[in-house]
Design a protein around this ligand. Structure first.
Ligand code: 5GP
Ligand code: ZN
Length: 114
């Protein structure tokens, strides 16, 4: 998707503070962190919303969760705790329409979310 910000980060056309990369997954620090650790983990393949995944995406969606575990562990927040979130569409406040897992941690997180 030529006009997608996160595709541009994947392609190197936009700058991202990249913390992990594999053939199918990219992770980078959120530009506007809401906690001491706030990483976005995305499939390199463009998928607009969580509504658009299907069986052929099982592998990459599973990998995204494993990468979240790895980053949380490396950053020392696996045991203290962290949160992973996919916002989907308007009511959830999705702003970038290339799916991304938010990995948030490093402070006490409130529940329920606002
Ligand atoms: P959403 O609201 O779609 O779930 O989350 C979009 C996230 O992308 C927000 O947390 C926002 O701070 C982040 N973001 C928006 N533009 C950029 C950017 O250019 N670079 C990075 N690293 N993060 C961005
Ligand atoms: Zn995209």
């Amino acid at each position: 998707m030529s006009n997608c910000l996160f595709c541009k980060i994947v392609n190197g056309e936009a700058l991202g503070d990249i913390v992990f990369e594999s053939d199918s997954v990219l992770a980078f620090n959120d530009i506007n962190p809401v906690a001491p650790h706030h990483v976005l983990i995305i499939p390199k393949k463009h998928i607009s919303t969580l509504n658009d995944i299907d069986e052929k995406d099982f592998n990459v969606m599973g990998k995204i969760h494993l990468i979240a575990n790895k980053i949380a562990s490396e950053r020392g927040i696996a045991e203290s705790g962290f949160r992973t979130v996919f916002n989907c569409n308007k009511d959830a406040g999705q702003a970038v329409f290339h799916i991304h897992m938010h990995l948030v941690g490093g402070r006490k997180l409130n529940w329920p979310p606002g």
